[in-house]
Design a protein around this ligand. Structure first.
Ligand SMILES: *[C@@H]1O[C@H](CO)[C@@H](O)[C@H](O)[C@H]1NC(C)=O
Length: 212
């Protein structure tokens, strides 16, 4: 009853990367189907080659068959299957949430990098806010080495019913200002569950592969 959408696969990562991602995703026990959504013909061709169901418009697949949809962004291609299962299970365990996602420890050197999105949560693990700026912001103006800052990972799962409402939601001021799609969900008053994961190893691997 679960569908995984691997989205926005960037060209630079090439054929072995998408295949590797697909193979990893298959190890997640909560998924029934894996769909690669791409508008790149080279990627589509590659996916046909290793047997994935290719699909340009993944939303069309969202009929009654699936109750949760998982989406992995192009910058998280080496996501661990345990993280996929973790966000799916956390969404299922939080019936008031329509969306779930994952965070990991933010490296101090990434604190002021606007491409690293930070997240703060309430004491039940629901997202309060996401920002390209450092949140929370210490009054010293510096990174507080004692504070457990959190980095948002490009993986999320949605309630399939919410996914039908979602495209109809109009852009919101905070979403537009930060250029962060997920803020639209919070600004419309929906709840988002956030799990904290250890994602250290992945980051290192990914960097190495890009440098090659
Ligand atoms: C800010 O960061 C410093 C360490 O750099 C820490 O000692 C302090 O408690 C933090 N919070 C405030 C409000 O200063």
């Amino acid at each position: 009853m679960l569908l995984l959408v691997l989205k926005a696969i960037v060209n630079i990562l090439g054929k072995p990367m998408i295949q590797r991602t697909w193979e990893r995703a298959k190890l997640a026990t909560t998924l029934d189907h894996i769909v690669v959504a791409t508008n790149d013909e080279k990627i589509a061709e590659c996916c046909r080659g290793f047997g994935t169901e290719q699909c340009n418009e993944a939303l069309q697949k969202l009929d009654k068959k699936y109750n949760v949809v998982v989406n992995i962004q192009g910058d998280e291609l080496l996501i661990e299957p345990e993280i996929i299962d973790g966000i799916v299970k956390s969404l299922q365990a939080a019936p008031d949430a329509v969306f779930s996602t994952a965070v990991t420890s933010l490296k101090p050197e990434d604190a002021f990098d606007p491409n690293r999105v930070k997240c703060v949560v309430d004491n039940q693990g629901y997202a309060i806010y996401f920002s390209r700026g450092l949140i929370p912001y210490n009054k010293s103006g510096k990174v507080n080495p004692q504070f457990p800052y959190m980095l948002h990972l490009g993986i999320q799962s949605y309630d399939a019913k919410f996914l039908k409402i979602y495209p109809e939601l109009q852009p919101t001021p905070l979403q537009l200002e930060e250029d962060l799609e997920q803020l639209k969900i919070l600004e419309n008053g929906y709840k988002m569950k956030v799990i904290k994961v250890d994602h250290e190893a992945h980051g290192v691997t990914f960097q190495k592969m890009l440098k090659r």
